[in-house]
Design a protein around this ligand. Sequence first.
Ligand SMILES: *[C@@H]1O[C@H](CO)[C@@H](O)[C@H](O)[C@H]1NC(C)=O
Ligand SMILES: *[C@@H]1O[C@H](CO)[C@@H](O)[C@H](O)[C@H]1NC(C)=O
Ligand SMILES: *[C@@H]1O[C@H](CO)[C@@H](O)[C@H](O)[C@H]1NC(C)=O
Length: 192
Amino acid sequence: MAPILIPKPSTAVPAAIFFSLFLTSLLAASDTVLSPEKLGIRRREKLSHLHFYFHDIVSGRDPTAVFVVPPPSNASRTLFGAVVMTDDPLTERPEIGSKLLGKAQGFYTGASQTEFGFLMVMNFAFVEGKYNGSYLSILGRNTVMSAVREMPVVGGGGLFRFARGYALAKTHAVNFSSGDAVVEYNVYVFHY
Ligand SMILES: *[C@@H]1O[C@H](CO)[C@@H](O)[C@H](O)[C@H]1NC(C)=O
Ligand SMILES: *[C@@H]1O[C@H](CO)[C@@H](O)[C@H](O)[C@H]1NC(C)=O
Ligand SMILES: *[C@@H]1O[C@H](CO)[C@@H](O)[C@H](O)[C@H]1NC(C)=O
């Protein structure tokens, strides 16, 4: 049977109530209702589809993904605890020499002890076309051996203010001797 907790009357309670009322009134004072037009939002939200290839280059003289924290012990076969910082090119086609659309800037870290399961924390910073200077922020889970991985788009900047959506990642090619990988991304995002 679960114990029933009965709060004891205490002198701390009135103080807590006083502070919560005080904070509520402070917050209320700074909480102004804005019309979207004041922020330059005149149109309705739209849904965009972005498609590109992500190049995770860990080998060679100019890697774009580098270990900043190696796995803490070689007992981890899944890179649990490792942190890799990225400035990975995003290109129009699978070939690294195709048009550069942006960079995936951020890190991924081994978050699973039983499989290759990464926590992905990245900004897709675009450098081409109308999205030049805008970016999408990704915070998600990437089990790289799965055929398709889904990661939430949690926000963005520039034309992607108020963005929300999801990214689908599908491995296009992996070189198992160098560790380099090309990943196809389809991103679906609501924004203004
Ligand atoms: C890693 O493995 C090697 C060989 O199996 C062993 O000698 C070494 O102590 C291990 N290192 C750690 C940090 O567990
Ligand atoms: C993207 O924006 C930067 C900074 O405004 C500019 O220097 C660059 O030429 C732009 N690139 C393209 C492809 O328009
Ligand atoms: C895979 O990587 C190895 C080692 O870096 C390299 O010699 C080889 O050419 C690469 N294979 C392909 C298909 O790129």
